[in-house]
Design a protein around this ligand. Structure first.
Ligand code: SAM
Length: 269
């Protein structure tokens, strides 16, 4: 999957894209075995990693080959597409009122330039508190796309006309609260998506059994325990030490159902 992120603050993404599972998703080393089986072309090798104005400039084309990592990130600074001397992207709203509005032209030009870099059609996503509330089903649907282009707004938002012109575009909210910008929501979406892409998580951390997922039957996950067996006078449930896999599976399912009933009865349908 190719992920393009259009933002006015590309520097905000450095730590997230360079840490943990999100980094691993674009790490060529993770896929060394696949590369050994089918040696990468120089283009494939160049396509791995992160590109963009504030990130590792490793990937000009964004076309991961069969031996490349499953994900490539491409940060686009919307400000690079301004046509005025001072690289201003925002103007006061028509009709008056507080705040500033991001203009159509730099957003449109940034999207067109990003999309021209790769022939795969991009699923366009705008992060906005007014969008459809993100859930695991929506994340799973997006995670199957070959290419997702995410636009992070800022200030009062983006001029409505460019949003209309970019249709079809999925408007996505991460919850009923307002953040200063779409950067954190974009990072939330990227993390949630890439961990569902085959090969990104190791087997032992499979997302299939996480809360809301198929393996958990859409319920909350069961509780987890690890060493030591006793901690501050509290013991691990006996069944988990029994070695009886059928019993353990049954206990976990009961626990998942019970805590879903208590905490999120809406999930039980
Ligand atoms: N005036 C807008 C409104 O009331 O709907 C809020 C603008 S907000 C201060 C600036 C930007 O942050 C938005 O354009 C959007 O990209 C992002 N944003 C803020 N809250 C968000 C949320 N809950 N989900 C997704 N994006 C959000």
């Amino acid at each position: 999957m190719r992920i393009d992120i259009l933002t006015l603050f590309p520097e905000m993404f450095a730590s997230v894209l360079n840490s943990s599972i999100v980094k691993r998703a674009a790490d060529p080393a993770l896929h060394a075995e696949r590369a050994a089986a089918a040696p990468a072309s120089p283009e494939d090798a160049a396509a791995s990693g992160i590109s963009g104005s504030s990130a590792n400039p490793a990937t000009p084309s964004g076309l991961p080959g069969p031996s490349g990592p499953p994900v490539s990130y491409h940060l686009v600074d919307i400000r690079d597409y301004t046509t005025n001397k001072h690289h201003k992207v925002d103007r006061p709203p028509f009709g008056g009122g507080p705040g500033m509005v991001i203009q159509c032209q730099p957003v449109w030009d940034a999207v067109m330039a990003a999309e021209a870099q790769d022939p795969r059609p991009a699923t366009r996503v705008l992060m906005t508190p007014q969008g459809r509330r993100l859930d695991q089903a929506a994340v799973a649907a997006l995670a199957t796309k070959p290419r997702v282009l995410i636009i992070a707004g800022h200030y009062e938002g983006i001029d409505e006309r460019v949003i209309e012109k970019l249709a079809p575009i999925e408007e996505v909210s991460i919850g009923d609260y307002v953040l200063s910008g779409g950067e954190l929501p974009a990072m939330v979406l990227v993390d949630a998506m890439v961990r569902l892409i085959p090969g990104v998580l190791g087997d032992e951390t499979s997302a299939h059994h996480d809360s809301f997922s198929g393996g958990a039957k859409g319920l909350l996950d069961h509780p987890h325990y690890t060493k030591p067996r006793e901690w501050m006078g509290m013991s691990v449930p006996e069944v988990l030490l029994s070695g009886d896999h059928a019993k353990i599976a049954k206990w976990r399912e009961e626990q998942a159902r019970e805590r879903t009933m208590k905490r999120r009865p809406d999930l039980l349908g």
